[in-house]
Each structure stands twice: as structure tokens, then as C-alpha cells.
Write a protein that binds this ligand. Structure first.
Ligand code: AGP
Length: 607
């Protein structure tokens, strides 16, 4: 799961590749590497760890050559060492790969019997050795690569260069995206349009099974059967300018402070200011005809979808199913007619969610994506897109994209409800008014730094933390626990508050803080009873509520964060900001790598 890039350039390729890899680092930062062609020979430079290590190595000694490939890695097969860093290859061929070659063990055994010598533990090297073996048998690079693709099982985006062919790159796609960029007498390959953005706006996307032969003059495309095909060159609108921290310590801190603007911008697109009615432009099907919704996402996006399910059931009064994408695909649920598939993703490149997209399309189910990256694979391949206007999100832990997803899903529920006649105009206006109040309330939450600091000081010393919530706020308990795990490395679990007494309550003692997401509303009293049960067993309650709820729980809470009072319908959006801020502050206190936490990648492009 990685980012790949290729360049046939007019000047030194390595700095161009390095720049593109910086834009792809969201796909992994376990190691990085570049291979170029220097006087017809393949030269390679690799470094363990973040891209900065490779950049430092290149700054010490430059890598010549105007044609080359590069890679930033999230390790799957083989430890994140320099030895396992891409590019992989031999003196004849060098390859970078995003994906997983599932039949690598059989191929490796076969190739070793044929005398190919492996130097890494990766699945990728089998592709390089297979192409090399074909070259050894006298095939041309195009024949060698074309023959190799037919042997691969799994998912791949590949780019490769060949010794003695200084102006040739071959790329291939199956289950992982690859784009071809057209420059001025220069050509590029990249995992996405962002990688290519400052280099060119003219981009063609491969389809699954395609492979491409790229020279300085252009690119030829072939399908899985080897027939030459045409792939449209589009004008990309992705901006390639670097995103800075704007004076904040971390991207995550900056992105947290963008919550009010992002929620406001998203609402601006979705709510008509005059009528207070939700606008759902270009849905994949007539909202009045939607009889069921099937929501799919991964990680935080799944939690946003979980809140979305609650809203859709509440106001649109239709059944809503929900799955994590990795389960959905293999559970292979029968899709009833009248179902709208709703995919939720920040990146639009998450492999499991893309597999769900394929499944839904195969089942003939219309697909709506709630996606942040406009030209992502998911956005391009869905029937309809409701874009979250969160802007680039750089920190691995999602913050503003999550609340933008919540905002879009809340609006989607209102739009379907109105179309189906389960939500009347007056109530819709009330709920959109409540949504429009969120940006200002969000700004107040961000200002409460003193409380956030106190809560963070309690949590930073904990080994385990429980998060509790009910209804749509259960999704926020899950979000809080996920954030604490991913950036603070603290074990945290979330439970629907009423479920705690069925087992997890056994965990509660004085050392386990319990964070309660408890806004006033119809579920408050029930949640409060569950919190009493936890307090009675010594639980250290940290209560997140509004003034009224906080007053009721102050006696049993060791810490209280008072949030602005909002309509319970929109509370999840506001409380998400609080749990994210708390996790951020814990991470700062613990001194973790906030923006690029260990073992993670921003976009998970393998199954
Ligand atoms: C959230 O903080 C995580 N980094 C992660 O769970 C993320 O939400 C998940 O991988 C889904 O990514 P996507 O939204 O890009 O599809």
C-alpha cells in the first residue's frame, strides 16, 4: 500500500520524483526509494523511514538521470527496512508497486527454481524477477512486462524502467489506481492526480487490467487481452500547491481549527439559505424512490456512516444497513431493488471501500459517494458524488473530513426525508437552522483549551480508556476511542452506553477513565443512568455535555467539559470536535508523532 511515480523528464528526474513522493506520502511512510537510468544503467537510492531520510541521502549525493521511478511504502510483505524498500529489481529492470501480489509465494518458488536470485522479502520483487526472467529469455521489455501481467493475482499499480531503454516506462493497473500525465515533451506516471498536479494537468486514468507503454512521445494503452485501447486525456482540476501548517504546530492542529469553516462551506453547498431546504444535486437516484440505504466505509469514515444511519432512519424512515467495507465485500449481501449504496471516504482511494464500490456496481445498485478528494477513483467511478468540502487533509488522523462527512450525511437524511414526505418543511427548516448554528458552536468548543488540557492530563496517564455514547453519539464515542488509539497509542474502547452493563463494566476501576458523550436530548436520562452505574463502581467519569446535562452529572464526574447547547440532531458533529481535540492534546502531552503516527498511512490502498 504505497505511492508510486514515474518520470521521463527534460532534466534530472530525482528531484521531480521526490516532490511527487512528498504528495504521495499520505499513502505510507515506512521507506522510500528512487531508481533512475544513468547512461543506460539502473541506479537506485533507498532509505528506511520517512521520505525525509531519502531526501537527506539525495542531498548528500545527487542521483543523475532524467528517467526514473519512485516509491513511498507502507509495509505489507517484509519489514520496513531499506532492503525491502522499493524500487525492486535487477540490473535489467526496476519496479515500483502499490498493492499486494497474492500468488507471490508460488511465483517466487518457480522463479528461484529457474535461477532468479531474490534479495528482499517482498511480494513486489516477484514481479521484478518475473520480468527479468522474461528478459533473460530474450523478450523485449514490452513483451516481458506484458507476459508478466498475465501471471499476477492480487492488486497492483506498477511502474517499471529498463536498463538500456532511457526513454521507456511501462505501467499497469489492477485494483490499485494509476494515472498517466502528459507534460511538454515529458511524461509521468503517478498513483493519483495529486502526485502529478504541479507537473501537468493533462491526465489519463488506466482501467483495471490496463497496461501502458510510456515514451517521451506519449502513451499507448492495452487492455488485459493485449488489445490497444484509447483512454481519454482529461484536464485535472487538482491543485498541486503545497499545503502548509499555517503557524500551527501540527497539521492536525491546523485541521482541527478549520472545523468551523469546513462545516460552514459544506453546508453552504447543501442548504439553500433562503428556503432552508437541503439541496441534493445529482443524486444517483430519485430520492423519493430510495427504499433502503446501504452505507459502507472504513475506520473513521465508517463511524461517520454509523451516525448517518441513525439520521436516515430517524428522519427518512427507511431501513439503513451499514458495514465496514472489508466485511461488506465478502459478506456479499443481497442488494434489494430500490437500495442506494452510500460510500463514505475522505481519500476516495481506500481499497476496501473501492472493492465495495465494485460489488455494488456489479449488483446493479446505484452508488453515491460522500468523498473529499474530488478526482479520486471513488469520485470518478461512482454514479453520484456529494463532496465534502474539507480541503486537503494531511494529518493521518482524520478530523475536519470526519465532521464534513457527518454534515453531508445529516443533509442527505434530510433530503431523502423531505422527498419521501417523512420530514415536513417546518421541521426541515428547524434542523437545517440547527446545522447552520454548528460552525459558531464549533468555534466555542475549540476555544475551551483549559478544559481540554485538564482532560488530556487525566487521559495521558491512563492505560485503558472507555468511551460511552448512545444513538448517533455512540458513533462519536467510537471516533474518540479511535483517535486515542491512533495518535496517543492508548488502548481505548467505545460502547453503546446501555451495552456496558453486559460485560465491559467489569473493566471499570479507579484507573480506567470513562469519557461520556452525553448531550441533552431524548437519550440523556438513559445515558445518565449508565454513567451512574459506572460511577458506583469507581469509574472516573469525564463528562462531555451542555450546561444543563453537565449540571445533572457534575456530582459524579471527575471532569466536565461544557459544550454549547445544540439540537440533539446535530450534537454528534459538535462532540466529534471535542473528542478529537482531547486526543490531539493527549498526543501533544505524550510527544507522539501526531501527524504521522506509527504503523499507519493516511490512505489504506491495500485490502
Ligand atoms: C481516521 O482517523 C483514520 N485515519 C482512518 O480510520 C480512516 O478514516 C480510514 O482509513 C478511512 O479512510 P478514507 O476515509 O480515506 O476512506
Amino acid at each position: 500500500m504505497c505511492g508510486i511515480v514515474g518520470v521521463i523528464g527534460n532534466g534530472p528526474a530525482a528531484p521531480v520524483i521526490l516532490g511527487a513522493l512528498q504528495r504521495l506520502e499520505y499513502r505510507g511512510y515506512d521507506s522510500a526509494g528512487i531508481a533512475t537510468l544513468v547512461n543506460g544503467h539502473i541506479e537506485r537510492r533507498r532509505a528506511e523511514g520517512k521520505l525525509a531520510n531519502l531526501a537527506a541521502s539525495l542531498a548528500r549525493t545527487a542521483l543523475a538521470g532524467s528517467t526514473g521511478i519512485g516509491h513511498t511504502r507502507w509495509a505489507t510483505h517484509g519489514a520496513p527496512t531499506e532492503r525491502n524498500a522499493h524500487p525492486h529489481g535487477t540490473a535489467r529492470v526496476s519496479i515500483v508497486h502499490n498493492g499486494i501480489i497474492e500468488n507471490h509465494a508460488e511465483l517466487r518458488a518457480e522463479l528461484e527454481r529457474e535461477g532468479q536470485e531474490f534479495t528482499s522479502e517482498t511480494d513486489t520483487e516477484t514481479v521484478a524477477q518475473l520480468v527479468d526472467f522474461n528478459l533473460r529469455r530474450g523478450m523485449t521489455p514490452i513483451e516481458a512486462a506484458g507476459a508478466a501481467f498475465g501471471r499476477l493475482h492480487g492488486a497492483y499499480a506498477l511502474a517499471m524502467v529498463f536498463a538500456g531503454h532511457p526513454e521507456l516506462m511501462i505501467g499497469a493497473q489492477f485494483g490499485a489506481p494509476l494515472a498517466v500525465g502528459y507534460g511538454q515533451h515529458e511524461m509521468f506516471l503517478g498513483s493519483d492526480a495529486l502526485a502529478l498536479a504541479p507537473l501537468t494537468r493533462r491526465v489519463a486514468y488506466l482501467r483495471d487490467g490496463d497496461w501502458t507503454v510510456v515514451t517521451r512521445e506519449g502513451a499507448a494503452f492495452f487492455d488485459a487481452e493485449g488489445a490497444e485501447v484509447t483512454r481519454e486525456i482529461r484536464l485535472s482540476s487538482v491543485a498541486g500547491g503545497g499545503v502548509g501548517k499555517g503557524g500551527y504546530r501540527h497539521f492536525m492542529e491546523k485541521e482541527l481549527h478549520e472545523h468551523p469553516a469546513v462545516i460552514g462551506d459544506t453546508l453552504h453547498r447543501m442548504v439553500d439559505p433562503a428556503s432552508r431546504a437541503v439541496m441534493l444535486p445529482g443524486l444517483a437516484m430519485d430520492p423519493a424512490a430510495i427504499e433502503r440505504v446501504s452505507l459502507v466505509g472504513c475506520g473513521g469514515a465508517y463511524y461517520a456512516a454509523l451516525a448517518g444511519r441513525g439520521w436516515i432512519e430517524e428522519v427518512a424512515r427507511i431501513p439503513a444497513d451499514i458495514d465496514v467495507a472489508s466485511e461488506f465485500r465478502y459478506r456479499a449481501p443481497p442488494m434489494a431493488a430500490g437500495t442506494l449504496g452510500v460510500l463514505v471516504s475522505q481519500s476516495g482511494e481506500t481499497a476496501d471501500t473501492l472493492a465495495a464500490l465494485k460489488y455494488l456496481r456489479h449488483a446493479g445498485t446505484p452508488v453515491l459517494s460522500v468523498v473529499n478528494v474530488a478526482e479520486s477513483t471513488m469520485a470518478r467511478e461512482s454514479d453520484a458524488v456529494l463532496q465534502t468540502v474539507a480541503g486537503p487533509e494531511i494529518a493521518v488522523a482524520s478530523t475536519k473530513a470526519f465532521t464534513a462527512q457527518l454534515t453531508v450525511l445529516a443533509c442527505l437524511a434530510l433530503g431523502i426525508g423531505r422527498a419521501r414526505g417523512t420530514l415536513h418543511a417546518a421541521r426541515e427548516a428547524e434542523l437545517t437552522a440547527a446545522l447552520l448554528q454548528v460552525p459558531a458552536a464549533a468555534a466555542l468548543v475549540l476555544e475551551d483549551t483549559a478544559t481540554i488540557q485538564r482532560v488530556a492530563e487525566r487521559l495521558m496517564v491512563a492505560r485503558d480508556v472507555l468511551y460511552l455514547g448512545r444513538g448517533t453519539c455512540f458513533a462519536i464515542a467510537l471516533e474518540g476511542a479511535l483517535k486515542l488509539k491512533e495518535i496517543c497509542y492508548i488502548h481505548a474502547e467505545a460502547y453503546a452506553a446501555g451495552e456496558m452493563k453486559h460485560g465491559p463494566i467489569a473493566l471499570i476501576d479507579r484507573d480506567v477513565p470513562v469519557v461520556a458523550i452525553a448531550p441533552s436530548g431524548p437519550l440523556f436520562e438513559k445515558t445518565a443512568s449508565n454513567l451512574q452505574e459506572a460511577a458506583a463502581r469507581g469509574g472516573q467519569l469525564i463528562v462531555l455535555s451542555d450546561a444543563e446535562g453537565a449540571a445533572k452529572l457534575r456530582r459524579i464526574a471527575v471532569e466536565t467539559m461544557v459544550l454549547p447547547r445544540v439540537d440533539p440532531f446535530v450534537a454528534p458533529i459538535l462532540y466529534a470536535i471535542a473528542v478529537q481535540m482531547i486526543a490531539y492534546q493527549v498526543a501533544v502531552l505524550k510527544g507522539t508523532d501526531v501527524d504521522q503516527p506509527r504503523n499507519l498511512a493516511k490512505s489504506v490502498t491495500v485490502e
